[in-house]
Design a protein around this ligand. Structure first.
Ligand code: BES
Ligand code: MN
Ligand code: MN
Length: 458
């Protein structure tokens, strides 16, 4: 195994400069006004891979381009696919950023910018490790296929289609994704499970226009009142979700997993301090890590209706609505849950209110096997990169395409996260620890070596 230490040391500045260049591109996929910047983001990634000698394609879709690149085949070595995303979430609220979201700034060992950790910085570690191999060895020890998309933050619709189309081309033995977190500072982790999701918008319409609440109140159903009743009926005071059948397919947590979670050095006090709360709250009978990683949840993501301006306005609004989502655990079926939710809401909604329930996107949750030779290889690579053995965790976020990799390509995914829970992903002042960026690059360089030695079955 080559020793990359002096090479990586020498390249630190260039690798940081390159990351900052990518971070300056506002590739916000949820907002069509940024379509040109999203395209520039894809071109930047394609150009990096092309410069390193890979065969690169910018795949046009009806949405944002997918960057696909592959290195030459290596006989008898596994093929690995790196998945990541160059698109980012919108930066708002803008006035809460200490430095502007698309002017990457280094402070206290971190780089601050939208996308720093999710997922530009993490994704780039696997490109920089390629650079390390090419510039010191002239070749890779195994074949890598890069699949870097621009729609992860808005549902990956075009990638789903492409996966069906390009099944043969994308054939591989294992997928590697760095788009998750370490357990904590100085404690790397391998994530073996993520939650699924079912995302909804609920729209309620009552009278044909806003009404005087004195003249009409009490005589007609108020969409905002009804909204609170419907939303309030979905979770009880013990944190149990009330959608009929919601827990039917949920596997109880095994004693082994509970004791494994319980053995991790999780400090509730620090966790509360990090998010600024005095008490934690959730489903009765479960610990905080169990709730966050392995129990299904329901959260309202936004709600509106009626008067929001200064002063009081006595109005009975004509419309009200909400966005909300369930995070799902393995074996829960998003389709069945959606159907049960629809029936439940229709039963609760009074006549006189028109209800529309829009399914925005959904994906099942998953866990991956812990006992594969790929896991052992990743463990050794992380030990080399981070100087410490990873712990095995689950997380509450979702990367919907992972299930598709299993179903369409028949392969498992290694979730090797270099981020931290306090990186402010999707929030103001997103950051990525620069030391973790460099450790991630080193771990990735070792990963190609470790994976290349995994014997292929059959
Ligand atoms: N990188 C995250 C997924 C993630 C977040 C994994 C936290 C582990 C911990 C990804 O970019 C993301 O934000 N996913 C969305 C998916 C949704 C839009 C379908 C999510 O989890 O909300
Ligand atoms: Mn991400
Ligand atoms: Mn994200």
């Amino acid at each position: 195994m080559p020793d990359f230490d002096s090479y990586l040391q020498e390249k630190r500045e260039q690798f940081e400069d390159d990351l900052c260049e990518l971070l300056r591109i506002p590739s916000i996929s949820t907002d069509s006004a940024y379509a040109a910047d999203v395209r520039r983001g894809s071109e930047w990634v394609a150009n990096q891979l092309e410069t390193l000698g890979l065969q690169v394609e910018l795949i046009e879709t009806k949405g944002n381009p997918i960057v696909y690149a592959e290195s030459p085949p290596v006989p008898d070595a596994p093929i690995v696919m790196v998945y990541g995303h160059y698109d980012v979430q919108p930066p708002d609220p803008l006035d809460e950023w200490i430095t502007p979201p698309f002017e990457p700034t280094k402070r206290d060992g971190n780089v601050y910018a939208r996308g720093a950790t999710d997922d530009k910085g993490q994704m780039l570690t696997h490109v920089k490790s390629l650079q390390a191999w090419m510039e010191t060895q002239g070749k890779l020890p195994l074949q890598i296929k890069y699949l870097i998309e621009g729609e992860e933050e808005c549902g990956s619709e075009c990638l789903y289609e492409y996966l069906t189309e390009a099944k043969e081309k994308l054939a591989c033995d294992v997928v590697v994704i760095s788009d998750t977190s370490q357990f904590g500072p100085g404690q790397p982790a391998i994530t073996y499970g993520l939650k699924g999701i079912a995302y909804f918008e609920l729209r309620l319409t009552g009278p044909k226009q806003d009404l005087h609440s004195g003249t009409f109140g009490g005589a007609v159903a108020n969409p905002a009142n009804v909204l609170t009743q419907l939303l309030g009926a979905m979770v009880d005071s013990d944190g149990r979700i009330q959608i009929p059948g919601f827990y039917n397919d949920v596997q109880p947590l095994s004693d082994r997993e509970r004791s494994q979670f319980g053995g991790l050095p999780f400090e509730e006090e620090r966790f509360m301090e990090q998010i600024g709360v005095k008490e934690l709250h959730g489903e009765k009978g479960y610990t905080t890590l169990e709730r966050r990683w392995a129990r299904p949840t329901l959260d309202i993501n936004g709600l509106w209706g009626g008067y929001q301006g200064e002063g009081g306005k006595t109005v009975l609004p004509a419309k009200a609505g909400a966005k909300f989502s369930c995070r799902l655990v393995p074996d829960q079926d998003p389709k069945a849950i959606t159907a049960a939710l629809r029936t439940m809401l229709a039963g609760l909604c009074p006549q006189g209110i028109e209800m529309e329930l829009i399914e925005m996107h959904s994906a099942p949750g998953f866990v991956v096997p812990l006992d594969s030779p790929f896991m052992s290889a990743a463990t050794r690579a992380i030990e080399r990169g981070f100087g410490r053995s990873p712990v095995f965790i689950r997380e509450g976020g979702s990367i919907p395409i992972v299930t598709e990799f299993k179903e369409k390509l028949g392969v498992d995914t290694l979730l090797l996260g270099w981020g931290l829970d306090d990186d402010n992903t999707h929030s103001p002042n997103e950051k990525f620890c620069l030391a973790d960026y460099h450790r991630g690059i080193k771990a990735s360089a070792h990963l190609w070596h470790e994976l290349s030695r995994v014997a292929l079955e059959s």
